[in-house]
Design a protein around this ligand. Sequence first.
Ligand code: NAP
Length: 328
Amino acid sequence: MYKVGIIGGSGYTGSELLRILSMHRKVEVISVTSRKHEGKKIEDVHPFLAGFYDLKFVSPELKNLEDCNVVFTAVPHGEAMKYVPRLLEIGLKVIDLSADYRLPKEVYERVYGKHTGYLNAVYGLPEIHGEEIKKASVVANPGCYPTGCILAAYPLASKGFVERIVFDSKSGITGAGAKPTEFTHYPNLHESVIPYKVTEHRHVHEMIQELKCRVSFTPQVYPGSRGILTTAHIILNDCIELEEIISMYRKFYREKPFVRLQKTVRLNWVRGSNFCDLAVFVDSERRVVVTSAIDNLVKGASGQAVQNMNLMLGFDETEGLLTPPLFP
Ligand SMILES: NC(=O)c1ccc[n+]([C@@H]2O[C@H](COP(=O)([O-])OP(=O)(O)OC[C@H]3O[C@@H](n4cnc5c(N)ncnc54)[C@H](OP(=O)(O)O)[C@@H]3O)[C@@H](O)[C@H]2O)c1
């Protein structure tokens, strides 16, 4: 059994890691940190996990993690960089869920601010970088929006067929983390949909990095807890028939167990699962519309992080992750 630690176990992605790892047959969670809840039992902070863990939260000090083989850093950007280099120094593998290692240093510093612990990491989108992830010591788990957006466009963009892409994404509110904000206050979001950071959301830089074309991105939040629905308007630089595009997508995702090509997508067909559902349409000569649906806490965060861990440790990619979605 490999031993796993989680820094940031009191947050949404941390508790989702605990939920998913409780079903994993080849690893054991031995250390989970929280500064706020140090000394409390996991089930006292996360009652939905009652009966699954006999563990108490510990402080995020190195001595509490050194018996692990792998550590997930599920903390805000700017905080992960304080831990990741030290974890690597003591020989652990790391999967970072924050933005700290997703971009080259100069892009990171332009977009997020000063980086004090930079090192090279593999961008952890297994459908694209699976072979590099297998050999990596540190993997930068992608952002939730970029996961759904990049998977929607990659088979066309990677062939150089794309002139530009306009992504329109709607996210459930857990994407903002567990701390209450003005957005998450019930009367502000209930029965509403809120566009935010229009033209300036930081996740666009991951999309450009992977898709290597012009990208516009508009995020919105809707009053649900989990799920990101993206509509990708993909402008091609030449005409391609729908059948040809669909066969391109089928070929690209044939061996990728978590991408499903559907006739249409719905958030409640992926909820609680690691699937990314895609549906492909062509509405005029050069415009392809691809809709994608993911659960932001699973394929958009903790499920994808476990998928990366499976590859890094040489397990089957799907270990612990092939649970069907929760419907209805
Ligand atoms: N939510 C999503 O859908 C999603 C998707 C993809 C990626 N992410 C990324 O994943 C990371 C975690 O997101 P989240 O939604 O789980 O956030 P969250 O609910 O706010 O939880 C963050 C956790 O980090 C811990 N933390 C904060 N500062 C820390 C520090 N300096 N040292 C140690 N622990 C610290 C906090 O625990 P204590 O205060 O108890 O120590 C808290 O439980 C973020 O970088 C986020 O951008 C989130």
